[in-house]
Design a protein around this ligand. Structure first.
Ligand SMILES: [Zn+2]
Length: 123
């Protein structure tokens, strides 16, 4: 009986941790790029872009981000720093909007990620 209680308590704790984590993710959006710790702040105006839902664009973005074992969620964002001015266009409303075909290209990779991955072995 004691053991059962212990198990239940443990499960409740896990559930709570997950809930807390979800809330944190929603409250603070931080950049997912390697070596970048920009996060959404009230005092600094920083634009964040969500990972596209289009499977092809998503693949290109994830390839560009180069993070291992990285599964983006619906709240995963990348800050403006990783795009060039050419990645943006002025919309009909006069706002700057990220082009649909834009892929993040400006990163500060550590040395082991610096090299372009070799697509074809032996060439
Ligand atoms: Zn960033």
């Amino acid at each position: 009986m004691m053991q059962n209680n212990y198990k239940i308590n443990f499960q409740i704790q896990i559930t709570r941790a997950v809930v807390l984590c979800d809330i944190c993710l929603k409250m603070v959006e931080s950049c997912s790029a390697v070596n970048c710790c920009n996060r959404r702040r009230k005092d600094v105006k920083m634009k964040f872009e969500r990972i596209p839902t289009d499977p092809n664009m998503r693949k290109l973005w994830l390839h560009a981000i180069r993070r291992e074992n990285f599964t983006p969620s619906t709240t995963t964002v990348i800050c403006k720093k990783h795009f060039t001015s050419g990645d943006y266009e002025v919309s009909v409303h006069g706002n700057k909007a990220l082009k649909k075909v834009a892929v993040p290209s400006v990163f500060d990779f550590p040395a082991h990620l610096e090299k372009e991955p070799i697509a074809i072995e032996g060439f």
